[in-house]
Design a protein around this ligand. Structure first.
Ligand code: 1QQ
Length: 377
């Protein structure tokens, strides 16, 4: 049993570990340390997701280690995947077997979780997705959790609000064919459009890594759809939106979770105007918890948090609460506590889980206006 659960706990204040005491003078007799792995995209073309996630976690870590003094000290060890499945698998293996973490937060992409989740599940180590929105994530196994609102809830919410009662009749689709999230998002968009009675004029694809979308968008311009559905990560998605407007496509554009990052405005510029997406988090929400988070985040980083930072922040509060419930840094005890979680009130909304541990929550629909997302009315 390599990296067995009890080994993940670092008891402090005991006679056997005098070095630990000198190394961590703040620890008291009743305090235990829990090391958590953070597996995110911290480099490459989708790095803004992981950077936001790391910021949210680091802020929560500061607050929690202060609040939990004498009871629990959390440490986070970060690993960068660059968005690659193979790197996510390697990171998860290393964190579990070498670094002896009690749980993992991440990886960033659904595709990475689908690849690396089974590794953690097999090793009976809780793994907690904070941005995995495709169907079936929790079906990987009972050690797999997430607080990210599935696209099966978010996308129909955005489409209904943007399209219903507006007289739109036709739709076209464009999506990244080499990303699990983008493919799954497209399928949800297509099924929703069909249910709403929109005529499907055509579907076209590109790859994550592409920079030229003229051929696909020229085809879409000829189709002249009332609504254009885009399922992609922020970089390519924003370039698609920009090119679409350049070519004179004036359809209403609805996107998926990939657009919930401020990079959209940097890349698409004014072409982002009017883009509609759904998100469980809004920094404008008049709620004390949300506003305290936004203030603390701005003070620490000089910018407003996005949805990815908010879900990361919430996840460490969930971990902390569950670790305190477990009373020790033990993988199985932590799993049982996480499974008991009900009606958690976080900055990214109220969260509860269905019997398959899938999050149930509400999405707000937002629209790009003057360089930021504002509630869509
Ligand atoms: C997923 C997503 C991406 C947009 C996360 C960055 O929702 O992969 O599920």
């Amino acid at each position: 049993l390599v990296g067995c659960s009890s080994g993940a706990s670092t008891p402090s204040g005991t006679a056997e570990t005098p070095e630990t005491n000198t190394a961590a003078p703040a620890e008291s007799a009743g305090e235990f340390t829990a090391k958590i792995g953070g597996v995110f995209i911290l480099s490459g073309s989708s790095a803004a997701y992981g950077e936001a996630q790391k910021k949210g976690l680091d802020l929560a870590l500061e607050e929690l280690n202060e609040a939990n003094k004498g009871k629990l000290k959390i440490e986070i060890q970060y690993e960068d995947t660059g968005g690659k499945k193979e790197s996510a698998i390697n990171a998860v293996n290393k964190l579990i077997n070498q670094d002896n973490v009690v749980a993992i937060i991440g990886p960033t992409l659904s595709g990475e979780m689908l690849a690396a989740g089974p590794v953690a599940n097999e090793a009976e180590t809780p793994i907690f997705g904070i941005s995995n929105t495709v169907e079936g994530i929790n079906d990987i196994g009972e050690y797999v959790f997430r607080n990210s609102l599935p696209e099966s809830i978010a996308v129909p919410t955005a489409m209904k609000k943007a399209i219903e009662n507006k007289g739109y009749k036709t739709a076209a689709f464009i999506y990244a064919e080499n990303d699990d999230f983008s493919v799954s998002g497209f399928q949800t968009m297509k099924a929703t459009a069909e249910k709403m009675g929109l005529e499907n004029l055509g579907e076209t694809t590109f790859s994550i890594g592409d920079v030229d979308f003229s051929a696909q968008l020229t085809k879409i311009k000829q189709l002249n759809p009332d609504v254009l559905l885009v399922s992609a990560l922020y970089k390519e998605g924003s370039m698609v939106v920009k090119k679409a407007r350049e070519l004179g496509i004036n359809s209403v554009i609805v996107g998926g979770n990939g657009f919930n990052n401020p990079k959209v405005f940097e890349i698409a510029g004014p072409a982002a105007e009017g883009l509609i997406v759904a998100t469980p988090f809004s920094p404008e929400k008049q709620d004390e918890k949300v506003q305290n988070f936004v203030k603390a985040f701005e003070a620490k980083y000089g910018s407003k948090p996005d949805q990815f930072a908010a879900q990361a922040y919430d996840s460490l509060y969930i971990m902390s609460q569950s670790l305190l419930g477990a009373g020790k840094a033990d993988r199985n005890a932590l799993r049982d506590e996480l499974a008991k979680l009900k009606d958690f009130e976080g900055v990214s909304g109220k969260l509860s889980f269905d019997e398959g541990r899938n999050p149930i929550g509400e999405a707000v629909v937002v629209e790009a206006k003057d360089g930021k997302f504002v509630p869509f009315e």
